[in-house]
Design a protein around this ligand. Structure first.
Ligand SMILES: [Zn+2]
Length: 268
């Protein structure tokens, strides 16, 4: 009986989730004709959450003492920071001892890079492509968008409860459904960046690196190296790629954006 009851609920859940995730706010072009990139400020709460989360990661994860990696990251980051206007940002760039190729950014301006990423980035421009991409997630407040999506999923949970109630579900069943939904909502928070957010971060990252003096074509080469690594590692998909879906469509979109990025590179 329970199975019969839950099946249509699962269908409603999918429909509601889809409805909510398509509610992303519509914004104008992210790169103006004059090369300006618009910034979206996070809420103070989200910024505080980002700062707190980064402090926790720093206390739990081993910070790398590799002088080459640290020097390279600080060199690249200092050039990128100069071309980014983000009032209130508290930029910090830290190398963590971790062999998985990964990088992440948190609201407030905190960027972490794993030691394992350097075998793929290979040079300053390659690293600038990834760090520029991560910075773009911060300046466009993509975490805020995902949080909104998660809130949407939470609201969908409430609607589900109403559906369950209207179908005469016992309170025990509703608690069970709530627990099930709670799990889904947690997954929702850790959802990959949307394809749109990834493309946006790729493009803005390329603009940032171009303005900082790195040839943006290096971004294409670096993502191709990342894709090759992904194919070689097979099912052991790097963590970075589970939250940053990477495929030929994405690389082709970045390639198509190169004339715009090169304009910024030549404008300096
Ligand atoms: Zn990304």
């Amino acid at each position: 009986m329970k199975k019969i009851f839950l099946a249509p609920i699962a269908a409603s859940l999918t429909a509601s989730t889809m409805l909510f995730s398509s509610c992303a706010p519509v914004s104008g072009p992210v790169v103006g004709n004059d090369g300006t990139v618009s910034v979206v400020r996070p809420s103070n709460t989200l910024m505080q959450q980002g700062l707190k989360e980064f402090a926790t990661i720093k206390s739990k994860k081993r910070i790398s003492s590799n002088s080459t990696y640290n020097a390279q990251l600080q060199r690249v980051a200092s050039k990128l920071k100069k071309v980014i206007q983000m009032p209130g940002a508290r930029w910090e760039f830290v190398v963590f001892e971790d062999s998985t190729p990964n990088a992440f950014a948190l609201p407030g301006g905190k960027v972490g890079v794993h030691t394992g990423l350097f075998k793929i980035t290979q040079n300053d421009a390659g690293l600038a492509a990834v760090v520029g991409h991560e910075i773009a997630h911060v300046t466009r407040n993509h975490a805020g968008g995902r949080q909104k999506q998660a809130l949407g999923i939470g609201a969908a949970g409430l609607i589900l409860d109403q559906i369950a109630k209207s179908r005469g579900a016992s309170s025990a069943d509703r608690v069970k459904l709530g627990a099930l939904y709670g799990g889904a909502a947690t997954v929702g928070v850790a959802l990959p960046h949307s394809r749109r957010a990834e493309l946006e971060a790729d493009k803005i990252g390329a603009i940032f690196m171009a303005k900082a003096g790195y040839n943006p074509n290096e971004a294409v080469s670096m993502w191709q190296r990342f894709a090759a690594y992904k194919n070689k590692s097979g099912s052991r998909q790097p963590e970075f790629l589970s939250t940053h879906p990477l495929d030929s469509t994405r690389i082709n979109a970045l390639k198509a954006f190169m004339p715009t990025a090169m304009k910024e590179y030549n404008r300096r």
